[in-house]
Design a protein around this ligand. Structure first.
Ligand code: FES
Ligand SMILES: [Fe+2]
Length: 356
């Protein structure tokens, strides 16, 4: 096993984020008539839907006495502050003042571009002029009726890059997920590469047994399979996991596919919004199957991955990742590339003139 210490690359100051990119803000169907108060990249954000059902993201801090606007309610399509009742529309303008005189303050709330696509809400925390929905990675299977997805949302403790490392380095599966354990993840062939700003990690194992958990999910317990795992990382921490398995010799495209989303949106340097989903195109409408799949995946991500990453993060005690001189193992080829790419993108953003 090779182990080396990677030289320091120049730290990104704690609390510095890539802002000119799309982050997942939530599942679209979870935002109903009640607004939501969230923190993304340490900024308070209120999410709400207007009368037409269009979702908006505005500053979650009222400019009067700084109350959390997302804890208010929507009245006549505008977001009403829970404290003294000012109302703001989706453009950030104050449209109603219930107090004598009723003058409308000129203060506008900061507005964040928000796109509703692939069953998700995507928020742009940077320069609004650069917010191009075409930059949103393709997760169309999440809203395609040919696929049935189980999904989850969790507020996870730990830095978001530790969470993307975890998906890019699937070699942890043998140790962290006993029910999903498969030699494929630790002993299989691995390949890591970069294509533009996208980082890829691939795991291939031919003619071997799948784990009990995955074999059971595919109805192939005790049968040898060819296995292909392909992770795609999009900055800053949106990952697609393309898992395929089929009887030995099956062309890769003809193998059964289980597509997954793992999207990490920093809340603070120490906490992360974790959105995950895995879909199938068989056993559609089978509620028992869905319940079993959800339980297995929720347990793996939320009860096995999250506590371990939380505890690792605590042991780092706020130090810069590279300052701790981490060992680099063979499975880290994706995580290290993603960290370097994110660092470069943050550096590029820092060199650009601030938005007017
Ligand atoms: S704090 Fe919002 S209206 Fe006073
Ligand atoms: Fe895991």
């Amino acid at each position: 096993m090779s182990a080396a210490v990677v030289p320091k690359l120049g730290p990104v100051p704690r609390g510095t984020y890539l802002r000119d990119c799309w982050y997942v803000a939530g599942w679209a169907s979870d935002l109903g008539s009640a607004p939501q108060q969230r923190v993304f990249l340490e900024d308070p954000v209120a999410l709400f839907r207007d009368e037409a059902g269009t979702a908006h993201a505005v500053s979650g801090r009222c400019p009067h006495r700084f109350a959390p606007l997302g804890q208010g309610k929507v009245v006549e399509g505008a977001l009403m502050c829970p404290y003294h009742g000012l109302r703001f529309d989706g453009s950030g303008a104050c449209v109603h003042n219930p107090h004598p005189g009723g003058q409308l303050p000129e203060n506008r709330l900061q507005v964040y571009p928000l796109a509703e696509t692939h069953a998700l809400l995507w928020i742009w925390m940077g320069d609004p002029d650069k917010a191009d929905p075409a930059l949103i990675p393709d997760f169309s299977w999440l809203s395609d009726p040919r696929w049935e997805a189980v999904r989850g949302t969790a507020l996870a403790e730990g830095h978001y890059e530790l969470y993307s490392d975890n998906i890019l380095d699937l070699s942890h599966a043998n140790f962290v997920h006993p029910a999903l354990v498969a030699a494929a993840f630790t002993e299989g062939e691995r390949r890591f590469w970069q294509d533009g700003e996208t980082v890829h990690a691939e795991y291939i194992r031919l003619d071997d047994y799948l784990s009990e958990g995955i074999g059971g999910m595919l109805g192939r317990t005790g049968q040898k399979q060819d296995f292909y795992g392909w992770v795609r990382w999009h900055a800053p921490a949106v990952l697609y996991f393309d898992f395929r398995a089929g009887p030995p010799g099956t062309p890769r495209e003809a193998c059964t596919l289980l597509p997954s989303l793992h999207a990490f949106t920093p809340e603070t340097p120490d906490t992360t919004h974790y959105f995950w989903a895995t879909a199938r195109d068989f056993a559609l409408g089978d509620a028992d199957f869905t319940a079993g799949m959800r339980a297995a995946l929720e347990f793996a991500f939320e009860q096995e991955d999250m506590p371990l990453i939380r505890d690792s993060h605590r042991l780092m005690r706020g130090a810069d990742f590279w300052d701790l001189r981490p060992l680099v193992l063979n499975g880290d080829g994706g995580g290290v590339r993603a960290r370097r790419m994110l660092q470069r993108l943050i550096e590029r953003q820092r060199q650009q003139p601030a938005a007017g």
